[in-house]
Design a protein around this ligand. Structure first.
Ligand SMILES: Nc1ncnc2c1ncn2[C@@H]1O[C@H](COP(=O)(O)OP(=O)(O)OP(=O)(O)O)[C@@H](O)[C@H]1O
Ligand SMILES: [Mg+2]
Length: 232
């Protein structure tokens, strides 16, 4: 199994205020799958994604990629693990304001031994004509494309996306979802995407639904719908 999430538990607070935010989460993901993680606000989606991404620690359980458990790693190997295996895309793009599109994407390339070719990637992203602009000269969708480029240029095994279309309008959201789909097809990266938009589940290979820190559903779509054809 490529990615194993085993009995992940997470608590916040202490004593009477102690809240169990993740109550023992178990699932496996195959290489190259698009997994959509759904659930209402506060159900634990971002917490789980950050634990998978080794940005946050679990209180119990473990994450393993290709049999390597993050819990067994020291800080140095964790850093290497994040660099080698993971790309992150967030709702707000976190671009560096005084760098161009191309330079912002290249920031991701420095973290990799085998980065993708920048000009080809700029074309895939639909950003080639905008490569010399700085973020304030871009639309929200173009900024998110740049952020996806920065995450994907190192060709990570897993692309983690937390509400990647949360700040975007309908049409731009669909373009970004199509881009994530195209990247998955072209480069074969596994994708884990958090959303509270139920319609997005149709483009996934695997759908996982969380509620109150527990898995309510975990299933494979027999038929996928192209991102372009999603409606909500
Ligand atoms: N640092 C923290 N301290 C205390 N509680 C926290 C902390 N971070 C998250 N929580 C709580 O954990 C629960 C899950 O939060 P999480 O951010 O994972 O939810 P989510 O499913 O991503 O929600 P949303 O859709 O609103 O982004 C929430 O009840 C939240 O208040
Ligand atoms: Mg969240």
């Amino acid at each position: 199994m490529f990615l194993k999430v085993s009995n992940i538990k997470k608590y916040y607070g202490e004593g009477d205020n102690k809240v169990e935010v993740l109550k023992g989460i178990n699932f496996d993901i195959k290489k190259g799958e698009i997994c959509v993680l759904l659930g209402p606000s506060g159900s634990g989606k971002s917490t789980l994604l950050n634990i998978i991404g080794a940005i946050d620690n679990a209180d119990d359980g473990y994450i393993a990629i290709n049999g390597e458990k993050t819990i067994d790693m020291n800080e140095k190997s964790l850093t290497r693990y994040r660099r080698k295996h993971l790309g992150y895309v967030f709702q707000f793009y976190n671009l560096i304001p005084n760098l161009t599109v191309k330079e912002n994407i290249e920031v991701g390339a420095y973290l990799s031994d085998s980065p993708l070719e920048i000009n080809e990637l700029l074309k895939t992203l639909g950003l080639y004509e905008h490569k010399d602009k700085i973020p304030s000269q871009l639309s929200g969708g173009q900024q998110q494309r740049t952020a996806i480029g920065r995450a994907i240029i190192k060709n990570p095994d897993i692309l983690l996306c937390d509400e990647p279309t949360g700040a975007l309008d309908y049409k731009t959201s669909k373009e970004i979802l199509k881009l994530i789909e195209d990247v998955n097809k072209k480069y074969g990266n596994t994708v884990i995407m958090v959303t509270h938009n139920d319609a997005i589940k149709k483009m996934a290979d695997r759908v996982i639904k969380l509620r109150d820190g527990e898995i309510r559903k975990n299933y494979i779509n027999d038929v996928k719908v192209n991102a372009e054809e999603l409606e909500w």
